[in-house]
Design a protein around this ligand. Structure first.
Ligand code: FAD
Length: 452
């Protein structure tokens, strides 16, 4: 006989935790399952550990920029010590998350959940029936499907490296590759980023171009016409040969480590979605309606990276928002829809690149009459003070209403300043109001009026 629950949640990350806790608090019998240590990608294998490394890389970079300008001595990354520091954040997460769930009275399971019917799934030997299910199974590296793809390590393994090899190739030119490339470069490695298409779609092309050219000047070898076609190990040495392109455009790079940064896909391959009558969209994500409910199995809701309805982005705060919407709809009926206005997104390179809302190109394609402000900020006080040699901004403002539709920042504190623009985009605050704001000074936020 299956064990009966009101709700079974798959995934303990930002998408799954809230529906589990809220429904349990409302008195529901709830089970949650994960095939990885509890806590989800962000806290254990993604954003949080990554930004600890970015922080150290930032210190090293800033220190070196200030050399002969008032800061003396040497700054270098001690990788093993940095990893030990990183583990002080990640190691406690699984046990503390699991015990919090258990304390709340939620049944916690370990293993892979697989649907066997509309209302039932199995985890190992256990069979669970549910009145409702939340799929918050996240995403994983896109299968490369090239010879030698088993030689490539994932972002998770990169974040666990005990030592950093001196020559590293990143497959793909997305945000994970670029962030890791900047970390590895500041740690002294020779770094290659091998991409096959346009890098960082969704970000303003001019700012991306500026970031890439700056990355090259600090020694990151970025090749954008370099689709990786094959990886092989070199006999008798601990290096790999990474083949790129084809015909006359082909090339080979030798590296001691090859890292996957070529995009992520929803974790739906092992969910038994066919048996659960759960339709997937053409990207393999759970297809949901406007209430984040499966279009084919009404018992099932989905949140986070595993479902990407129009407007959503595979980011932690978005997963959290969707989880809260799902919890509400489970408890109160389908009455809330996610609100995807003004989601900020950051590439944590040095300096960071940040964006919210529409790019200039997207606004023009939509036929919106816009006023665009843009400029180089490398000479502005905020960047000069810390000797940051690169900076740029672009804002996209609706001509008629003066509403801010998009903001794009590259430079010091871009990852923080973007939040103010996100507030404006989400709540329709006009440019005039942001110009009239009184900002703390001197801060990077106080540059905002000059960007409008
Ligand atoms: C290296 C890296 C850096 C990132 N940096 C940022 C950042 O700076 N900012 C940001 O906002 N986002 C960042 N992200 C994205 C962010 O981590 C994700 O958007 C977020 O974690 C998704 O949460 P989720 O709840 O959808 O899934 P997850 O947190 O991935 O949780 C899903 C869990 O379900 C498990 N699971 C999957 N299938 C099954 C199954 N069949 N049975 C049982 N368990 C299953 C998975 O193993 C996983 O543990 C980063 C991601 C990576 C990989």
């Amino acid at each position: 006989m299956p064990e009966e629950f009101d709700l079974v949640v798959i995934g303990t990350g930002s998408g799954g935790s809230t529906p589990a806790s809220k429904c349990r608090a409302a008195g529901w019998r709830v089970a949650i399952v994960d095939d990885q240590p509890y806590g989800g990608t962000c806290a254990v294998r993604g954003c949080d550990p990554k930004k600890v490394l970015v922080g150290a890389a930032d210190v090293a970079s800033w220190h070196n920029r200030m050399s002969e300008h008032g800061v003396a001595g040497d700054a270098r990354i001690d990788w093993p010590a940095l990893m030990a520091f990183k583990r002080t954040f990640t190691d406690p997460v699984p046990a503390s998350r699991e015990s919090a769930l258990e304390k709340a009275g939620i049944e916690t399971l370990h293993g892979t959940a697989r649907f066997v019917a509309d209302d039932r799934l199995v985890v190992g030997q256990r069979e669970l029936s549910g009145k409702h299910f939340v799929i918050a199974a996240g995403s994983g590296p896109r299968p490369l499907e090239i010879p030698g793809d088993d030689l490539v390590i994932s972002s998770t393994e990169f974040l666990e490296l005990e030592t950093l090899p001196s020559r590293i190739a990143f497959v793909g030119a997305g945000y994970i590759s670029l962030e890791f490339a900047h970390i590895a470069r500041q740690a002294g490695a020779e770094v290659f980023v091998l991409g096959g298409g346009a890098p960082l779609p969704g970000f303003d092309e001019a700012l991306v171009e500026r970031l890439l050219s700056h990355s090259r000047t600090i020694g990151i070898d970025i090749r954008l016409d370099a689709n990786v076609t094959k990886i092989e190990s070199v006999e008798g040495s601990e290096t790999f040969r990474v083949h790129t392109g084809s015909g006359r455009g082909s090339g080979v790079i030798e590296a001691a480590l090859v890292v996957h940064g070529a995009g992520r896909v929803p974790n739906t391959a092992h969910l038994g979605t066919k048996d659960g009558h759960i339709r997937l969209d053409r990207n393999g994500a759970v297809e949901v309606n406007e209430f984040l409910q499966s279009t084919t199995n009404p018992r099932v809701y989905a949140a986070g990276d595993v479902a990407l309805p129009p407007g959503s982005l595979p980011l932690t705060p978005v997963g959290g928002h969707e989880g809260a919407i799902v919890a509400h709809n489970l408890l109160q009926g389908n009455t809330r829809r996610p609100d995807y206005r003004g989601i900020p997104s950051v590439v944590f390179t040095l300096p960071p690149l940040a964006a919210v809302g529409l790019t200039e190109k997207a606004a023009r394609e939509k036929g919106i009459a816009v006023r665009v402000e843009s400029g180089d900020t490398s000479g502005w006080y905020s960047n000069r003070r810390v000797r940051e040699p690169v900076g740029m901004f672009k804002t996209v403002i609706e001509a008629d209403s003066d509403r801010i539709l998009g903001a794009h920042l590259l430079g010091v504190h871009a990852e923080e300043v973007i939040n103010l623009f996100a507030l404006a985009v989400r709540f329709g605050i006009p440019a005039k109001d942001l110009r009239q704001m009184i900002y703390a000074y001197p801060t990077s936020g106080s540059d905002i009026p000059y960007m409008l």
